[in-house]
Design a protein around this ligand. Structure first.
Ligand SMILES: Nc1ncnc2c1ncn2[C@@H]1O[C@H](COP(=O)(O)OP(=O)(O)OP(=O)(O)O)[C@@H](O)[C@H]1O
Ligand SMILES: [Mg+2]
Length: 286
């Protein structure tokens, strides 16, 4: 099972003075079970790319298939395929509109034509996933919540659709560090417990490094790098040229290595960094 992009090019406002090609000949396969992070400088094409994965944008040339169904085929199959892909937009709280959190999350599942019983159980599960206590929050207005909580309601609304592929475009944008950690913690939890495929657009290299099994680096509408976090962060110069910084831990270990300390600069967490530095220092002093 996978999402496959074949020779995808996308041009905004073609044949106008504002014409802008945002994606150039993208070839990608995202396999089910992956946790893919898409990173890149502002304007590199990340949002344009992910909006192709659920059929919101139609490639100017090329094709996008989800589990072998072309998203723009003129069959009912295409509709079913699109439903497999859930999309949480940047600043999704702007799309909250119902009077209660319950009603807001219910909107999507009701549109799928599910029974009220099924809708109810999906709302409970989705709220539980994003850490919103049902009894406390279900009947409250979504507009009186903190930024992080509103973001959670929006994410719950997409999770309640039970997509097989979950796309999140900058889910932590504008949140304070605590809100950001909580949202990412919940996404990891969901990924680990449900087997959902996650495609995450993020600027935060540290979080991306901790979570993703694969990084795709966009630059100028093209895929510049594609590999495990370790592989991608091995090339800080290339990343820098694309306007992306390696995580601070990786940068520090790289500098220590340049200065002759035999650290393992493949590790990504602070804890592992401490261990490899202590080991390297021990070896040096032995
Ligand atoms: N609706 C639009 N009309 C015209 N051009 C657009 C539109 N949306 C995006 N673009 C252009 O397409 C290119 C890619 O934009 P996109 O939003 O995909 O980048 P991004 O990597 O998501 O950036 P950011 O990190 O700022 O969210 C940019 O040059 C942008 O100006
Ligand atoms: Mg964007």
């Amino acid at each position: 099972m996978s999402i496959v992009l074949k020779d995808v090019t996308y041009t905004y406002m073609p044949k106008t003075p504002f014409e802008r090609t945002a994606l150039h000949n993208i070839n990608l396969e995202i396999n089910s079970g992956e946790f893919v992070a898409i990173i890149g400088h502002t304007g590199s094409g990340k949002s344009t790319l992910v909006q192709h994965l659920n059929g919101l944008l139609k490639p100017t040339t090329g094709t996008v298939t989800v589990d072998e169904i072309n998203l723009h085929a003129k069959k009912s199959d295409a509709k079913i395929a699109r439903r497999k892909v859930g999309m949480v937009f940047q600043y999704p709280e702007h799309q909250l509109f119902e009077e209660t959190i319950y009603e807001d999350i219910a909107f999507g599942p009701r549109n799928l034509g599910l029974s009220e019983e099924e809708v109810d159980s999906r709302i409970r599960r989705a709220m539980n996933f994003v850490g919103l206590d049902f009894e406390t929050y279900a009947k409250r207005s979504p507009f009186h919540l903190s930024g992080g909580q509103m973001r959670r309601v929006a994410i719950a609304g997409v999770i309640a659709l039970e997509p097989q592929y979950l796309i999140l475009d900058e889910p932590s944008a504008g949140l304070d560090p605590r809100g950001r950690d909580e949202i990412f913690g919940e996404i990891i939890q969901l990924y680990k417990s449900s087997g959902i495929t996650v495609i995450l657009v993020s600027h935060n290299m540290e979080d991306v490094a901790k979570m993703a099994t694969r990084l795709i680096v966009m630059n100028g509408g093209k895929v510049l790098m594609d590999g495990s976090p370790q592989e991608v962060f091995k090339n800080p110069e290339k990343l820098k040229a694309a306007g992306v910084d390696v995580p601070p831990v990786t940068a520090l270990l790289g500098k220590l290595k340049d200065r002759g300390l035999a650290v393992d600069n493949n590790v990504l967490s602070v804890e592992e960094a401490v261990t490899t530095i202590i080991t390297a220092l021990g070896d040096k002093n032995a």
